[in-house]
Design a protein around this ligand. Sequence first.
Ligand SMILES: [Fe+2]
Length: 286
Amino acid sequence: MAVTIKEFFHPPTFTYSYIVADNQSKQAAIIDPVLDFCAASGTTGTDSADQLISYIKAENLELQWIMETHAHADHLSGAKAIQQQIGGQIAIGARISEVQSVFKSVFNLEDEFVADGRQFDRLLEDGVTLPLGDSTFTVIATPGHTPACVSYLIDDALFCGDTLFMPDYGSARCDFPGGDAATLYDSVQRLLKLPANTRMFMCHDYAPGDRDYEFLTSIGEQLEKNIHVGGGCSKEEFIAMRTERDENLKMPALILPSLQVNIRAGDFPPAEDNGTAYLKLPVNLL
Ligand SMILES: [Fe+2]
């Protein structure tokens, strides 16, 4: 194997972050890092980010990329906290500007916040590649859960963000702004055309039915067993299932703080004149 992949689980938000290291050059990428956050007190913590940094240092890796699969709604990104410690360029799908534009309006953000993706170091279009030593990530645009969702393919490893979950949990919700079930179905079909032995690394797992948490499956397993898209499920069936299911889902607990930070690449809003940064709650808007 040309690359080594190490997973890190964040139990409070059921998120998997990954470090991908090119074995030859020791160049590394972090995918979907988490910033710890207590909504009750408004305090942040870097225990999770520090675990990733410790691994990078212990393995003598050189961090090149901090890659987001999308603007997460369930956890704050640790991208900026990690970049401030050990560098790396923060990359996300180019359509993040659409997500920024929606939430700039929702949160009535300051004029200086420009919804064109400039808060990130790299904006990724479908099909572009990111080098990692002798290896290469290929970006696959996989909109549907959000417009800016991307998946990352390196060798036989696919980081699919919130397109699909483990086969017994199904697929991502499509009811956030800019989300669309038909679009997600098309994105998933694209992924399912990859070789059956392609390894799929999950962004989340919720361990239904009391099984252990898992992060790894394959395209072949998804084709055969995924409860939402496996067994040749039609687009019409998928849209009907997804629409009905999404109507009954609650908002993620951290959606409001998460989006305010994640559309800034993991930064907080500018401090106010007392030196403190604040996050907002829009009252009766959503
Ligand atoms: Fe998500």
